[in-house]
Design a protein around this ligand. Structure first.
Ligand code: 2HA
Ligand code: ZN
Length: 270
């Protein structure tokens, strides 16, 4: 068996948590990440039939039956992941149509996966139906996007268009735009279902006055997506309230579509 600490998925997960903390997006126990893995990815790093504990999930997700997830723990700090990965992260296998998760590695202090596990698993189920290559769901509290939800309308088209107008690369990076949920109680199946529904049409879902969800094929893509949207929100928060003299026009957005081979969300450009 190879040492699981040398697994590329483990190395990348630890680096990502550390990096997100450094960005100020994951204060205290804020934020959570889940990375979907296959039997082939994990079997050389441990005996997948050796179950440490079985943890009930409180929901169903038949599409994820048999899938493995490396996931951050409830109450755990991103700041600490690099120092004690086996306490702050866990490797689980989803069984019983999503109703239970077998712990195979980690959560060594008796902990369990993030309180946002329903939102993560329901979002994974939706994203793999849209793009079978999707592997990552990431939640964090990016400062400027959060700030924006206090001063900008939560209308999804308007919110998306504002972000697209803030940096030239935005429409290229997230042509599907940003969906928005109003404030809802976090950690519940209800917010999980609502997030997953929003994930059908966009890889970014804002939770008003709370934070953001991002999905992607790997940790880099999901991180880059959040990073780009957060950068746009930062520009917005710098200019909001100032007289607007210039912008990126819809005509220029169409030029970007052509140059980069992307298609903006239907009906979002004139
Ligand atoms: O896990 O960010 O939304 C802490 C949170 C809950
Ligand atoms: Zn949160």
């Amino acid at each position: 068996m190879k040492d699981i600490m040398t697994a590329p998925f483990m190395v990348e997960m630890i680096r990502t948590c550390t990096n997100m903390y450094a960005h100020g997006w994951d204060e205290r126990n804020g934020g959570n990440i889940s990375l979907m893995l296959e039997e082939e990815d994990v079997k050389e790093y441990g005996d997948t039939s050796r179950v440490l504990r079985t943890i009930p999930t409180g929901f169903e997700a038949p599409a994820l039956d048999g899938k493995y997830f490396l996931v951050t723990g409830t109450g755990k700090y991103f700041k600490n992941v690099q120092y004690a990965p086996d306490v702050n992260l866990g490797l689980v296998k989803i069984i019983d149509g999503g109703k239970n998760a077998q712990l195979l590695w980690g959560f060594s202090d008796g902990g369990k996966f993030t309180s946002e596990f329903p939102a993560h698993m329901m979002s994974h189920a939706v994203r793999i139906s849209v793009n079978p290559a999707n592997r990552v769901v990431m939640h964090c509290h990016p400062t400027n996007l959060l700030a924006m939800t206090y001063v900008h309308t939560l209308d999804e088209k308007a919110f998306t268009r504002t972000l697209w107008q803030m940096c030239t690369e935005c429409i290229v990076v997230f042509p599907d735009g940003v969906n928005v949920l109003p404030w809802m109680l976090c950690g519940t199946n209800e917010i999980g279902e609502a997030t997953a529904e929003k994930m059908k049409t966009a890889r970014l879902v804002v939770w008003a006055q709370h934070g953001l969800y991002g999905a992607g094929v790997d940790l880099d893509e999901a991180f880059g997506l959040i990073e780009t949207a957060e950068k746009a929100a930062e520009i917005y928060m710098k200019i909001a309230g100032l007289p607007l003299v210039n912008t990126i026009t819809d005509e220029q957005m169409h030029l970007l579509e052509g140059r980069f081979g992307v298609k903006a969300r239907e009906g979002y450009l004139s």
